[in-house]
Structure formats: C-alpha cells, structure tokens
Design a protein around this ligand. Structure first.
Ligand code: BGC
Length: 510
C-alpha cells in the first residue's frame, strides 16, 4: 500500500441503507451555500477593473492606470493597497466570524448557522449595491465576510454528516460545485455590466443578493443532521432523521456509532482546548495545512485578478473579461470530474495528479511571461502567445478544480471526530480565509516585485504540497465519518498519536 494509504475501502464499515432522494435534495440545497462564496470571489476582480468604479472610489488607481503609457513596468500598473483591501477585507471578517459560527453550529445546529450566514450576506449585498462612499463599500464587504464565515463553517460539515459514506465525497463537493457556479455567474454578470454606460459595478455588487436569497430560503427548509440532533440531546428526532435519510428503519449500527461518538463528544466542554491534545495532532496539523496549501496553489490570483492579469498580458478590456468567463467555465466543468471520481478513485489520486498538472502549467506560464516581459516588464504579448498563456491558465484551473479546490473543503470536514468537528472546521475556514486575505492583499505587489518569478513561487509550493500529500494525507474514501480514527491509527506516521481506545468506539464491528 502507498505510504499515505489508510484502511482500504474494503475494510471500511458498511451501514445498511440506500441513497435516498431526500438526502440528495437536502445536500443539493445545502450546497447552494457555496454560491455566495463563489459569487463574491468572482465579482470583485471584475468590478475593480471597471473604470467607473475606480474613478468613483479609487481615483488614484484610476489616474495611475490611465497614465501608464508604457514607461511604467507592466508588472506594476495595478498596485494599490486600498484597492486590494477592498477585495481582501471580506476574508478577515470571514475569519473572525467562523469562530462564532463554530459555537453556533455546535450549540444550535448546522442549519441555524447556514441561515445566519445567508441573512447577513444579504444585508452586505444591499449595502454594497447602494454604496456612495468607500466606507459603505467596506462595511458591506465585512457583512458579506461574516455571511461567508458562517456558511463555509457549517455547509461542508452538514454535507459530510448527511451523506452516506460511499457518496460523501461527491455530495460534499456539491459545495465546491456551487462555489464555482457562483464564480462563473459573477464572471458573466461582470461581462454584462461592464457594457453598461453607468452603474454597472452597482448592479454587479447588488446581484449578490440573489445567491444569498437562494441560500437563506433553502436553509430555512433544511432538516438538521442526525449527528447535530444527537449532539443537542434530541435522540428520537435524530433516529427518525437517520431512518429517513438512509431510507430504512434498520439504522441500528450507524445510530449506535453516532451515539457513541456523541457520548465522547459530550464529555468535551472546551473543544478548543481539546483539539490541542496530542491525540488530535494529526487532524489539527492537516486541518491547518490543507487550507494553507490550497491558497498557496495561487488559484486566487486567477480568480480575483484574472481580468487584471489578462489586461497585463495586453488583452483589451473586453477580451480580459471574456477570458475570465472562459476560466470560470473551465472551473465549473472540471469540478464535475472530481464529483464523478472522488468516491471511486479516492482523494489522494486527485491531489497527486492535480498537483503535477498545476506545477507544469505554472512553470509554463512563468517561462512565457518571463520571455516576453523579461525583468524590466516592458514588452507586448503577440496574439498567439497571449492565447497560449490563456490555454495554460485554463489547464491549471482545471487541475485545481478537480483537486485542491474541492478537496480543500472535503478532507478537513471529514477527518475530525464529532467532539472537535466544529472547532476543526473553524480552523479550516479561518486558515483558508487568512491566506486568501494574504494572497488577495499581496498579489499585486508580489507581481510588481517578483515579476514572472511569482509563477515559479507558487509552482514551488505546489511541489511541496504534492510531496506532503504523498506521505502524510491518508485516503479517506468510503470510510464512515465516525470511524475515521481507524484511518489515522493505521497510518505509518500518524498512527502513534492515536490511543488504542480511540478506535474501539463501536461494539458493532464486523
Ligand atoms: C477556494 C477559493 C477559490 C475557489 C476557486 C475554493 O475551493 O477556497 O479560494 O477561489 O475554490 O474555485
């Protein structure tokens, strides 16, 4: 078995039950939580490249851009910290909110957190759409961030808990799927509103209300997960729910595993202190590193700044926004690939293949940009080379979209035992948001200073994370979520952290 392999699917426990339409619909509805996240990722890059928006809120950037007559380095023409703060302030708010979301999710259930997320995001969208000054813009973005913090904390956990083990990957990736649809919708909206004579940016920002409404209304009608009902002492309801989602009255084995997991969980008064105990070290380390690595793939350079990047490569305004639409579409379709294979071939294959594909593209783009702009940043891309760059970027996006994109949310949501699951997921969200913030904030400066070397920088990180996955990330495909300790226990490196009694939770093992 490969070094990182854990127990094989064959050793995984199988519970009775089938995949019911009820569970599929519940997961699809919950996954719409990804829409608000995605819409926001996709909208800000386009809006910050619209002249009217820049002239109104960031006149200094506007003036600099208009005066960039070729004497200035192509690498630096968009560098401005206020502008990047607009994009990235949201992620700081999301980071803080995810900690509050952890307590809400644990005490009141996953569904309440999702509803809160949707409503707060809605207010943020309204404020942004009505903005008349930078303050309204930034406060609006903070509200959007709070909404995202709540949604990203609760939705992946919800999906992992509802899903039957053999479909957990696919259903959980519904979240990432919705994220990519949100990004793509935003790219399209930007393309449309950029043609408007005025207030295009306003329409783009206000339309964030649409995904927020979809998510909020959906969340109101969702059932809570059996795990969460048990966690809150609602045993009978939990059993009924389990029977309903598994489509069989005979849920005895799974239910008693949930009860056992919950009994352990109940003894834990302080999940934040508990997660620091040595026996949770594997989960804690993986939960910190996966979101860090996900951001160090450099994906948000493309997601936030694709239009700016393509403008830098000499594409016209329209063509730049169109190129963002193209990458957005690739992102959606490649996510489908992941849904189809994640429960069949597992998480590790996707991580490793995606990593290698990204490295190749990053080196390609770095060489290409370096050969045209050199270190001075003066030069022009021919149409052919511009298209080649676009193609390489699309292949890179596809690789991310079937590997680190979905797995960055799936794996951390499925590796924690119940007692630390909410806390673990908050760490995942906050590390993710923090590094999204850092990249959002620093990218334009990094491009200005590291020039084409930036692509090698991210490529280097992808090499490191691919090696890390190979050695340290075990396969979690097909393993029931409350049985995950077995995977850690049988791992060549992490095994020593897991006490023997932590794998004996269930009395119903075959
Ligand atoms: C990441 C985002 C990224 C998106 C792109 C998500 O999994 O967390 O930062 O923008 O994928 O599709």
């Amino acid at each position: 078995m490969a070094v990182g392999g854990g127990i094989s699917a064959g050793n995984g426990k199988q519970y009775e039950g089938r995949v019911t339409p009820f569970v599929i619909v519940a997961c699809l509805v919950a996954a719409t939580g990804g829409l608000i996240f995605g819409y926001d990722i996709g909208i800000s890059g386009g809006v910050t490249s619209m002249d009217e928006f820049l002239e109104k809120f960031f006149p200094a950037v506007y003036a600099k851009q208009k005066n960039a007559t070729g004497h200035e380095s192509q690498y630096c023409k968009f560098e401005n910290h206020m502008l990047t703060l607009f994009t990235s302030s949201l992620y700081l708010a999301a980071l803080v909110a995810s900690f509050f979301a952890s307590a809400t999710t644990r005490k009141f259930g996953r569904k309440i957190s999702m509803t809160i997320g949707g409503v707060v995001f809605l207010f943020g969208a309204i404020l942004n759409g009505a903005a008349v000054n930078v303050a309204m813009l930034i406060i609006g973005r903070i509200l959007l961030g709070v909404g995202i913090g709540y949604a990203n904390q609760s939705v992946p956990v919800y999906l992992s808990e509802m899903a039957p083990p053999k479909l957990r990957g696919a259903l959980n990736i519904g979240f990432q799927m919705a994220t990519t649809i949100g990004i793509f919708a935003a790219n399209l909206v930007n393309y449309g509103t950029a043609q408007m004579k005025e207030n295009g940016w306003r329409v783009s920002l206000a339309l964030a209300a649409a995904p927020a409404l979809i998510m909020t209304i959906g969340a109101i009608f969702l059932p809570d997960t059996p795990n969460s009902l048990i966690e809150r002492g609602l045993k009978d309801q939990a059993k009924e729910m389990l029977q309903k989602i598994r489509g069989t009255p005979n849920v005895h084995d799974e239910f008693s595993d949930l009860m056992d997991a919950s009994a352990v969980s109940q003894q834990v008064r302080h999940p934040w202190k508990t997660i620091l105990e040595p026996k949770y070290r594997p989960q804690l380390i993986i939960t910190c590193l996966i979101p860090l690595f996900q951001q160090l793939t450099g994906i948000n350079v493309i997601m936030f700044y694709a239009p700016v990047l393509f403008k830098t490569l000499g594409f016209a305004d329209d063509a730049s926004l169109m190129s963002a639409v193209v990458t957005g579409l690739v992102n959606v379709f490649a996510t489908v690939v992941s849904i189809l294979v994640v429960d069949r071939f597992g998480r590790r294959v996707l991580f490793l293949e995606g990593g290698i594909q990204m490295i190749a593209c990053q080196i390609g783009v770095g060489v290409l940009i370096g050969s045209v702009f050199g270190v001075s940043g003066n030069g022009t891309f021919s149409k052919g080379l511009g298209n080649l760059a676009l193609a390489l970027i699309c292949i890179y996006v596809a690789a991310f979209a079937w590997s680190w994109g979905p797995l960055g949310w799936l794996v951390p949501s499925e590796i924690h035992p119940m007692e630390i699951r909410s806390a673990g997921q908050s760490i995942n969200v906050s590390v993710n948001m923090f590094f999204t913030f850092v990249i959002g904030q620093l990218f334009l400066s990094m491009l200005c200073h590291m020039k084409f070397g930036l692509f090698f920088f991210f490529g280097g990180w992808v090499i490191i994370m691919t090696v890390f996955v190979y050695f340290f990330v075990p396969e979690t495909r097909n393993v029931p979520i409350e049985e995950m300790n077995r995977v850690w226990k049988s791992h060549w490196f992490w095994g020593k952290y897991i006490p023997d009694d932590a794998v004996g939770l269930s009395n119903h093992d075959a």
